[in-house]
Design a protein around this ligand. Structure first.
Ligand code: NAD
Length: 295
């Protein structure tokens, strides 16, 4: 079934998991601005996904909403089957649904490990297994797996999240090399902090610390979060150029390069940041004491 080349954004068929909110929604809207033929917004937040679809239509695009939990392998396979049956092709898969839980490793419970691994690794894997072989079969298409800068460097308070995102980076890098001979593209999207609902927990994530939303945002503020709309614009430009590891906001690139060259510097800087956070956020310190007593 070799029926042509990947379409640039005008006239493309794109699937976006986690398209109801934040980065997924902003990418969906930007695709609509760039003339996408059909955008499939798949998310477990059905009402919010419908709002994304309304925004897409307002921008002159066409959208389908799919109620999807990426942890449900059968449902993800069903999404791939129905999308290929309906459109005969998929140009872009934004494998983007993800969640985060803030907490130090010794305090995280099994349920928090499971949530992160199930959504951020198993969910991503389900989407890869359902869509990628079909991209290989059609000999075109671009799979963009959302990882994180936390998949490229050290992130205390987010160790398990970071582990899941390192997994996504590793998967994407190997897939990218394998995919080349089929004419298929694979990229890892590695956002630094971006101002989205995830920073205060998102739909199903959160923090083991009893922080207010203001305190959570103050924690992220030190990482200079970028705004989501320009982030989506830059991301689609980089995807069009077929970049392998896509890092935005741009100010995250210099530290990443430095840390690669000087891993001790990474340890020192994050060691200081970790200690500062414990000093600056009494709610974290008191929660740690409470959890340590419970454990
Ligand atoms: N915002 C950031 O600073 C940041 C930084 C690095 C990486 N990321 C990654 O970007 C991606 C998008 O995050 P965001 O910031 O837009 O967060 P968000 O919370 O605004 O959006 C995430 C979306 O994924 C959906 N989702 C979560 N679990 C799901 C599941 N099991 N099945 C289907 N949908 C599910 C949520 O309902 C939500 O609509 C995530 O993979 C996240 O880890 C975000």
């Amino acid at each position: 079934m070799k029926n042509g080349k990947i379409r640039t954004y005008g006239d493309c068929v794109a699937v976006i998991t986690g398209g109801a909110s934040g980065i997924g929604r902003a990418i969906a809207e930007e695709l609509a601005r760039r003339g996408a033929a059909e955008i499939i917004v798949a998310d477990l937040q059905k009402d919010a996904a419908a709002e994304t679809a309304t925004a897409i239509r307002g921008l002159g695009g066409r959208a389908t909403v799919v109620d999807l939990d990426v942890r449900d392998d059968d449902a993800v396979r069903q999404l791939a089957t129905s999308t290929f049956e309906r459109f005969g092709r998929v140009d872009y898969v934004f494998n983007n649904a993800g969640t985060g839980v803030m907490g130090e490793t010794h305090l995280l419970q099994k349920r928090e490990w499971d949530l992160l691994i199930d959504v951020n690794i198993r969910g991503v894997a389900n989407v890869v297994r359902a869509f990628y072989p079909r991209l290989v079969e059609q000999s075109f298409g671009h799979m963009v797996n959302t990882a994180s800068c936390a998949g490229l460097m050290c992130t205390p308070f987010l160790s398990v999240y970071s582990a899941t995102k390192h997994a996504v980076v590793g998967l994407s890098k190997a897939m990218r090399v394998e995919a080349t001979r089929f004419g298929v593209r694979v990229s890892a999207l590695c956002p630094g902090a971006v101002r989205t609902p995830l920073l205060t927990g998102g739909a199903i994530g959160g923090s083991i610390y009893e922080l207010t939303d203001e305190e959570k945002l103050a924690f992220w503020e030190s990482m200079k979060p970028g705004e989501v709309t320009p982030f989506a614009r830059d991301t689609l430009d980089a995807v069009a150029k077929n970049e392998g590891i896509i890092v935005f906001p741009k100010h995250n690139r210099t530290p990443l390069t430095l840390f690669r060259l000087l891993p001790r510097l990474e340890e020192t800087i994050f060691g200081k940041l970790h200690a500062k956070t414990l000093r600056d956020f009494p709610a974290i310190a008191s929660m740690i004491r409470r959890r340590e007593k419970q454990n």
